[in-house]
Write a protein that binds this ligand. Structure first.
Ligand code: BTN
Length: 254
């Protein structure tokens, strides 16, 4: 699949994911990119707020039409994570890794979060909104105090200011390439890339729900539907992203 992108730039918006949803209802589709300098109501996973200060990060959403419909949507989550990690690697040379379900991490700290949402309009193919927030040029003090210990930016990690346009171009290129790979070779090829980039495979982890550990074990694989496979004392348990998050066994971010 070759994807052509139409980029819509905003100085200020509530959330690029919300704008994507509004655009979908007006008939915009696959390849529409919504990019904002700042978001006043940026949203994260699990109902969290995503702080999106002006000009610091790369805050954008991409509208995509999964060829395999709703069933394939969960696989796109891994396509996106691989694409962002590879885009960051290409532009900065840093060894970006992926953390299930779709955070991107550098040296054990989060540098990017991805929020995937579905939009279904009557009589239209289901659309996926991939909201991507990459911490690009923040300094430690720019992060809210409660996330300072577990968040980082590309500028902090490289010691130099990052060209956000170059990063956007690289990530969009990687999205195109990885979607084509999914189409040609199926999810196995994406899973292989994701596993090679993963920072938790083989590690002892805990799964949290509403802040409480509900499962302890070792991360051993990724299922076809995107579930993380965790080996526990009573066997391998598949964990679906839904409302859970993952921590290292010692409680650290990874
Ligand atoms: C997470 O919780 O890790 C996901 C964060 C996703 C943030 C991005 S920024 C661009 C897009 N618009 C939003 O409101 N959220 C996503």
């Amino acid at each position: 699949m070759s994807t052509t992108y139409q980029i819509r730039r905003y100085e200020e918006i509530d959330s690029t994911n919300l704008e994507a949803r509004r655009l979908i209802s007006q008939g915009f589709g696959h390849g529409t990119v919504i990019l904002a300098e700042t978001q006043l109501a940026g949203r994260g996973r699990l109902g969290r707020t995503w702080v999106s200060a002006k000009g610091t990060g790369l805050w954008f959403s991409v509208i995509l039409t999964p060829k395999g419909g709703m069933q394939q949507a969960s696989q796109y989550s891994f396509v996106m994570a691989v694409a962002v990690a590879e885009g960051i690697r290409a532009v900065t040379g840093l060894e970006a890794k992926v953390k299930w379900p779709n955070d991107i991490v550098l040296h054990g700290k989060k540098v990017c979060g991805i929020l995937l949402e579905l939009a279904a309009e009557p009589n239209q193919a289901v659309q996926l909104i991939a909201g991507i927030g990459i911490n690009a040029n923040q300094q430690p003090d720019d992060f809210p105090e409660e996330v300072q210990a577990k968040a980082t930016s590309l500028a902090i990690e490289t010691g130099r200011e990052l060209d956000r346009q170059a990063l956007l171009d690289a990530v969009l290129r990687q999205i195109t390439d990885n979607l084509a790979l999914l189409e040609r070779q199926g999810f196995d090829a994406i899973r292989e890339r994701w596993l090679a980039l993963s920072c938790v495979m083989g590690k002892k982890v805990q799964i949290l729900q509403h802040g409480d550990a509900i499962l302890h074990g070792t991360a051993v694989g990724l299922a076809e539907d995107g579930a993380l496979l965790v080996e526990t004392k009573s066997g391998i348990v598949p964990i679906l992203a839904g409302d859970v998050s993952l921590r290292a066994e010692d409680g650290s971010y990874v």
